[in-house]
Design a binder for this molecule. Sequence first.
Ligand code: NAD
Ligand code: UDP
Ligand code: UDP
Length: 312
Amino acid sequence: MRVLVTGGAGFLGSHLIDRLMAQGHEVLCLDNFYTGHKRNILNWVGHPYFELIRHDITEPIRLEVDQIYHLACPASPVHYQYNPVKTIKVNVMGTLNMLGLAKRVKARFLLASTSEVYGDPDVHPQTEDYRGNVNCIGTRSCYDEGKRVAETLAFDYHRQNNVDIRVMRIFNTYGPRMLENDGRVVSNFIVQALKGIPLTIYGDGSQTRSFCYASDLIEGMIRLMNGDHIGPVNIGNPGEYTILELAQTIQKMVNPDAKLVFKPLPQDDPKQRQPDITRAKQWLGWKPTISLQEGLKLTIDDFRTRLEAQKS
Ligand code: NAD
Ligand code: UDP
Ligand code: UDP
């Protein structure tokens, strides 16, 4: 099959491409390198089944493909809030263009949506039929509302134009290849602990998140794409931790002498988040297999190698 991955040079996109290439597909990686990096897909550059296209998806593009994994969008609050109008454009105009492409070539289209569509949830854990608690004028809304519109677009292209869609709601995912300056919590804490600088806890650290390892997430994504259910489906690891627990775990694993410092909590930061994955289990036969300890170890090893390479 010929498969397009938008945002393919990013953290999750590049892990997905590794799997698709191993399965023998022809892969088109489309990215503008906003938060992605060529290094992530360097392994495949020059491979006859791999093509790298530098393109901004807010502009139309014509390609001939069988499947589209639509991941392009900055995912870390630091990056998506840096240029919020651009974040909305990526989610609205970018998703519209990719759905227009899917419609023209009759490709199956998977949207990488997010647990952020639930906002600061007052239902816990979050099931797919929960409609969310999102502030439409806050600093996170360019991303949250952007993804909500992206989901609406996908469902309307499905109803109006018979586009074959899949909608995946991704919960916090971490792993090797996250950029050092990604800004999300796992990479921040690991980099800080490795550098021996204080781990920055926002607020009092009592807010919770549930962390999924990248390979588990990608397995769920591929199953959803190739299964019969359009979704939405939550994919994440239900293991829930406070941010303080996460900091202490990483501190213990990397550098027991590292200090913890408390910084102001960003606006609208969700207080709790945990996926209900009943649907993923029933529809996709999927559940996560990598524990937080195992996943953190692999991620820490990757960051350590990269940081040491920079020193030498
Ligand atoms: P990432 O920032 O590493 O990857 C996003 C990629 O999209 C980057 O390579 C970036 O350069 C590219 N991109 C951004 N704007 C673009 C544009 N206008 N045109 C072309 N390419 C563009 O993030 P990630 O963690 O790999 O996330 C991938 C997708 O999964 C995103 O859509 C994100 O919203 C979603 N998601 C991720 C998580 C997570 O925890 N990792 C959670 C929920 C949802
Ligand atoms: N589009 C694209 N590539 C394609 C087909 C469409 O980028 O191969 C874009 C197109 O430029 C438009 C959007 O997708 O901006 C939506 O396309 P659709 O055909 O649904 O709408 P229309 O072009 O009729 O407004
Ligand atoms: N966070 C933190 N220190 C950091 C980065 C993030 O305490 O250096 C907190 C953040 O306030 C949030 C949680 O960790 O409560 C997860 O943040 P992240 O940016 O990883 O993802 P999201 O908020 O989108 O779930």
